[in-house]
Design a protein around this ligand. Sequence first.
Ligand SMILES: *Cc1c(COP(=O)(O)O)cnc(C)c1O
Length: 338
Amino acid sequence: MHFARFGPVRFAHLPTPFEPLPGLTEHLARPGGGGPALWIKRDDCTGLAGGGNKTRKLEYLVGDALANDCDTLVTQGAIQSNHVRQTAAAAARFGMGCEVILEARTGSQAVDYNRSGNVLLDELLGAKLRTVPGGTDMTLKLAEVAAEVADAGGRPYVIPGGGSNAIGALGYAECALELVAQANAAGVEIDRIVTATGSAGTQAGLVAGLAIMGADIPVLGIGVRAPQEAQEASVFRLAQETATLLGHRDRVTREMVVADCDYVGAGYGLIDDGVVEALKLAARTDGILLDPVYSGKAMKGLIALSNAGAFDGETVVFLHTGGAQGLFGYQSELEGKL
Ligand SMILES: *Cc1c(COP(=O)(O)O)cnc(C)c1O
């Protein structure tokens, strides 16, 4: 895999750390020596205005935008979108405009959800925000805003939600290479990677990268929104597109794509006791800050599956996709539960 061919711009702090999780490993130990040995890949530490998994994608997307002589990034997300925050920061870094459409997807009226956390940072980073009701056709809306930018004499570059197209997913194919190199250097045999999966680019890129290098490491995506069938279909489609872009379409097979969507709870961005428990456990065992929407839900799934014996005897790497800035958008929700 020759990534320089795609002209990424480089601003992420890479490689991100690859570390053991001794506290959580001990907590999840089961009688008779069961439970997983847990490691963590710290993609919450990618360095761009708080970091997170969108940063690796943005290295490729901004590279493509600049190669196409664009001057304004146009994107969308939920109100507490980490993707929007990182896109706003990347735009600032490269002197570009940033036009954002925020979808009121959770229906929350809470002031902290609508004003604090990522929203506060989006504004600080100079992004131009507009909010639309939940259920709006966001693809159509992106095209409308891009047309407005062009009408005003700008040169828009549209980034889909989550930065999840084949160009963005290249960032996670590259992450697969980075992670396997770190595991090899540390003498760690990875049995499985577990991560949150939403707009699919992270899991798709990882699957494509691992498949092309022939690493034989399964990836389990824990869904945060869609049901399993739809989630796996979108990850598979994007993994194939990404592998195709890398010149190896046939390496990705359907059975390489596995998503468990049993931990979504009441819906995208809605938290429950299992999420709160996961947030507390990661914080109080290993000092890791997860987020309420993605990594907290993925950890809720990891804990439940681990307790059911699904990872007995395995070395499991939790890919931390970031998002802790969103915690401040959930202050009132978490009040009294910590
Ligand atoms: C966007 C996001 C995800 C999901 O990644 P996808 O590539 O959209 O599947 C996971 N965790 C966090 C913190 C995110 O912001």
